[in-house]
Design a protein around this ligand. Structure first.
Ligand SMILES: Cc1cc2nc3c(=O)[nH]c(=O)nc-3n(C[C@H](O)[C@H](O)[C@H](O)COP(=O)(O)O)c2cc1C
Ligand code: SF4
Ligand code: SF4
Length: 294
């Protein structure tokens, strides 16, 4: 397929999807394809251009996060421009995640996009149950390899669309609960006395939902439960007032895992790292990468 430039648009809360965007950018640029990159933050005006749109998002409650839907409402008609939809999850392409791209694809098609390719990418889970360090490292290692294969297929002109299970389409509707849930979760966030008023959370929140006024944190109504402020605060000073179970107890820090990866020379076998039944989708993903022994 002949394309020379890509419009890479993504939302990220804790950096996993940003790393997937990095891998796409590197892979396209290695093939002399130019990349215009936009991270959705607050109200982002649509940046349209490029021969192809690549839209990436983390899976929240078997669906796309609210900022993706908001952005899609604003984009102009596309008249057949090709689009690629990439979901990033902790669970992989298993039920009920299989329908997580369906609503986004429907909206793009209504705008006139030709959705030529869809893909589930796995990154470490930031929700309820985290991955242990070697599994995080394996996934971080596998992802650029898988993305390189995706980019090679796009250049060849391979089309890849999936058929979600019917029951998963129903589950994906749960994603809409995130909108109300986010408002409640966000309003109940608390800042404890470890806070040193560094202002990081105010700048970082992808929804611009945190304001620090006279040393007091004010949380607005636009929280999408991305977990960025909770995991990222350097003092660990932000805690959920409700929904504590959604937070991985040992925290979530991809940069730390990446630092330690440099010293990791031996990876466990896939079957050992993904023994638990809930990691079936992650196991399939690691097998697909062809990077590790089964
Ligand atoms: C509110 C919320 C809901 C989530 N729901 C799902 C889910 O339904 N399925 C899944 O596999 N992962 C789920 N996850 C995990 C994230 O999709 C995954 O960790 C992703 O890599 C996070 O991307 P980010 O670091 O770019 O924010 C959820 C995470 C959050 C914060
Ligand atoms: S990031 Fe943490 S320490 Fe910094 S202002 Fe926010 S709550 Fe306080
Ligand atoms: S308030 Fe915290 S959890 Fe909510 S959107 Fe902002 S950074 Fe994410």
């Amino acid at each position: 397929m002949d394309f020379k430039s890509v419009n890479l648009v993504y939302f990220t809360g804790t950096g996993g999807t940003a790393r997937v965007a990095d891998a796409f950018e590197r892979s396209f640029m290695n093939r002399s394809i130019t990349v215009q990159r936009t991270a959705l933050k607050g109200v982002t005006d649509p940046v349209i251009g490029g021969d192809m749109l690549v839209l990436l998002f983390p899976v929240y409650a078997f669906n796309a996060p609210k900022p993706i839907g908001e952005w899609l409402k604003k984009i102009p008609p596309a008249k057949g421009r090709p689009a690629v939809v990439v979901s990033v999850s902790g669970g992989g392409e298993i039920s009920p995640n299989t329908a997580c791209r369906a609503a986004t694809i429907r909206r793009l098609e209504k705008k006139g996009y030709d959705v030529i390719y869809e893909k589930m990418v796995v990154m470490p889970s930031n929700f309820m149950i985290g991955f242990d360090e070697s599994l995080c490292a394996m996934v971080l290692h596998a992802t650029p390899v898988i993305i390189d294969k995706v980019v090679a297929e796009l250049i060849k002109g391979t089309r890849h669309r999936t058929l979600p299970y019917g029951i998963d389409r129903l589950a994906a509707r749960l994603g809409y609960v995130e909108v109300l849930g986010g408002r409640i979760f966000g309003r109940h966030l608390k800042v404890n006395d470890k806070c040193i008023d560094c202002g990081w959370c105010e700048k970082m929140c992808p929804q611009n939902n945190i304001k620090i006024i006279d040393g007091r944190h004010i949380f607005g109504n636009d929280c999408v439960i991305c977990m960025g402020c909770i995991y990222g605060c350097p003092q660990k000073a932000i805690e959920p007032g409700i929904g504590k179970l959604m937070v991985v107890p040992e925290g979530f820090n991809l940069s730390k895992v990446e630092d330690r990866m440099d010293h990791l020379t031996v990876y466990p076998r896939i079957s050992h790292a993904t023994g638990h039944a809930s990691l079936r989708g992650v196991r399939d993903y690691l097998i697909e990468s062809d990077c590790f022994e089964l």
